[in-house]
Ligand binder design. Structure first.
Ligand SMILES: Nc1ncnc2c1ncn2[C@@H]1O[C@H](COP(=O)(O)OP(=O)(O)O)[C@@H](O)[C@H]1O
Ligand SMILES: Cc1ncc(COP(=O)(O)O)c(N)n1
Length: 612
């Protein structure tokens, strides 16, 4: 294999070469069949408590791995939801910036009554002395998203913004020892891999994961740094293909890595990325994300996600910056952190992409080092909070199926707000707004507090219509205001940077104002006539389109939208139209859950067709 470009004299007897000499017979007499040194392999169950795996033999290790997989990450996210339910308050705690030390698996058993577990990612990767990529990026990214991150170091690199000057792999036996130390004790939820310098390390990792199963495995198949320096022996590819991919919940190659994994097929276009995602999926992972940060000549940053059945094109606007070192490591770590928090896969990937986009944008002007590739500031959100600037926690894809409650309809169908919210989430609503125009304040706060519990455990944001006091009282995720309600700029002052604010807009001028006032999204409508809001002029599909084209913010369409016309709305051809908001189509129906499912499937079909 090649060595890192410009390797320094210290790497003269190149450690990667030394590894090659040692690697004969690697994988023999170790791993699954090896003696356990301390205690039994320990895994944590979906309820966060410990389960003991059988020590030793490869066969039982594999069985345990399969069982771990079975109780782990279902693609539909159901298991993830259950898991989140076991740790109520995680979202709330994170948003308050609470910190705690690591709670070990053993401790979490001991204090299952009163203690709390943190979502835990273990990164198995190389150290980057410049701290832009590798272990250092992983720890920062997980920390920024509220996950605890432990680390198994596979190699130490001498690296800066110019490139990689030296690589010093850690002996396989010691990688194994680190893995054992963390996995048998610390209750890891998700393992994320980065630089695995040799096929021997890949094997050691596979064996360790069979002994100590985790809920999910995120594999970033790092081969070459952005600076063009080699970070893994080429034989590592066979380790990925032969064993690790089959265990992976997601694999995240960039275009060069995807090409290498597929024997050198060139990837020049988005269409090439689609077919690469499919071919890599055939190598065994449950999901594939082909990252297009380095796609030549692309004006957008497009990634292709494939779950074996459906493709999703994840679109980001390309940030013009030299500070792109470590984006891939960051993305994979964010996916791992979101999975550890209990999110289903697609949502974890979307959130991770949003995080990288914001981090790139925030860091675009920072100056660290003199070379061509600078690092990101992963902890940008801490700074924005401390400067009282705008925190960027809003995810526009949450607008996809926006359920707005209505007390009159709930009374008509004899159900509580809580029951209505629960059913809409179960049916697939991605954000909830409580619009209770006539409720008594005390009753409203009580209902909103109960709804918050449900929303938090499902990872669905909850906004309050108009009543900023109620939003504050129940620590809702934000508010939605109309043109005659509290102006968005004042709502922003009261609520601070961390809350979501949406504004109803009918015209491009109102959309411009909402953006200037610090809103996160706009709701545009009524698109069609509706009985829900009296004296409400409709804007029609043309009006919606002109507001979308003028808006710098993401848009959700509202007003008379339901199963029969949702597709026509989504097909107006505005990239910032992120979804539809519905009232009567859900809440003035006998079965909210069934209607939500129908709507969700219409919306999903309309966007996946638009993607192709
Ligand atoms: N300049 C950029 N602007 C916006 N997003 C980017 C940019 N460069 C990379 N990304 C995004 O960062 C993530 C990491 O991608 P990439 O840079 O291709 O990975 P790697 O670091 O492994 O080469 C992807 O989601 C990609 O779309
Ligand atoms: C230790 C280590 N791990 C991963 C990367 C890849 O990051 P990038 O592609 O941004 O150079 C790196 N340069 N160093």
């Amino acid at each position: 294999m090649g060595v890192a470009k410009g390797a320094s004299p210290t790497s003269g007897s190149h450690p990667l070469e030394r590894r090659e000499r040692k690697s004969k017979g690697e994988g023999e007499g170790k791993g699954c069949t090896g003696e356990r040194r301390r205690g039994s392999p320990v895994t944590s169950g979906p309820d966060g408590r410990l389960a003991r795996a059988e020590a030793g033999a490869g066969a039982s290790g594999s069985e345990e791995w399969k069982r771990g997989q079975a109780r782990g990450w279902a693609e539909d996210g159901e298991t993830g939801k259950n898991y989140t339910r076991s740790f109520p308050g995680i979202r709330a705690r994170i948003s308050r910036g609470g910190a705690s030390g690591p709670i070990t698996a053993a401790m979490s058993t001991m204090c299952s009554g009163g203690g709390r577990r943190m979502p835990h990612v273990l990164t198995v990767a190389g150290s980057d002395s410049g701290a832009g990529a590798g272990i250092q990026a992983d720890i920062k990214a997980c920390g920024a998203l509220g996950a605890y991150c432990s680390s198994v170091v596979t190699a130490v690199t001498a690296q800066n913004t110019v490139g990689v000057q030296g690589v010093h792999p850690i002996p396989e036996e010691f990688v194994e020892e680190q893995l054992r130390s963390v996995l048998e004790d610390m209750g890891v939820d998700v393992v994320k891999t980065g630089m695995l310098p040799s096929v021997g390390v890949v094997k050691v990792l596979c064996q360790s994961l069979k002994k100590f199963p985790v809920r999910a495995l995120v594999v970033d198949p790092v081969m070459v740094s952005t600076s063009g320096d080699v970070l893994a022996e080429s034989s590592t590819l066979s380790g990925y293909r032969d064993e690790l991919f089959a265990m992976a919940d997601i694999v995240t190659p960039n275009v060069k890595e995807a090409s290498a994994l597929l024997g050198g097929v060139p990837l020049r276009t988005v269409a090439d990325m689609y077919s690469a995602a499919k071919s890599i999926h055939n190598l065994g992972p449950k999901n594939v994300l082909v990252k297009g940060g380095d796609l030549p000549g692309s004006s957008d940053a497009i990634d292709i996600f494939f779950d074996g059945k459906k493709y999703h094109e994840l679109l980001g606007s390309r940030v013009k910056t030299r500070n792109t070192h470590g984006t891939g490591c960051t993305l994979a770590s964010c996916i791992a952190a979101e999975l550890a928090k209990g999110l289903p896969m697609l949502r974890a990937v979307q959130n991770a992409k949003t995080f990288v986009q914001y981090a790139l944008d925030y860091s675009k002007d920072i100056i660290i080092g003199n070379g061509p590739q600078g690092p990101l500031d992963h902890l940008f959100s801490l700074e924005t909070h401390s400067c009282n600037a705008r925190a960027r926690s809003f995810n526009a894809s949450d607008l996809f199926l926006y359920a707005v409650t209505d007390s009159t309809m709930n009374r008509k169908w004899n159900r509580s707000i809580v029951a209505a919210v629960k059913a809409s989430i179960e049916g697939g609503a991605t954000i909830i707004q409580l619009r209770e125009k006539e409720a008594e304040t005390c009753e409203f706060v009580e209902a909103a507090t109960a709804c918050i519990q449900i929303c938090r455990s499902s990872g669905v944001p909850l906004l309050i219509n108009d009543r900023i006091d109620v939003a504050l009282a129940c620590d809702a995720d934000g508010v939605h205001v109309g043109q005659s309600d509290m102006p968005a700029r004042i709502a922003r002052k009261i609520l601070g940077p961390g809350k979501i604010i949406g504004v109803s807009c009918k015209t491009p001028a109102q959309a411009e104002q909402a953006w200037a006032d610090g809103a996160d999204y706009i709701g545009c409508g009524g698109v069609f006539p509706t009985a829900t809001k009296q004296n409400n002029t409709t804007v029609g599909l043309d009006g919606l389109k002109s507001v979308c084209l003028a808006s710098k913010l993401p848009v959700v369409a509202i007003g008379g939208i339901g199963v029969v016309n949702a597709r026509s709305v989504m097909e107006i051809g505005a990239p910032n139209l992120k979804g539809v908001a519905v009232v009567s189509a859900l809440f003035d129906r006998e079965c909210i859950l069934t209607e939500a499912r129908k709507l969700r499937s219409v919306l999903t079909d309309s966007i996946s067709e638009n993607c192709r």
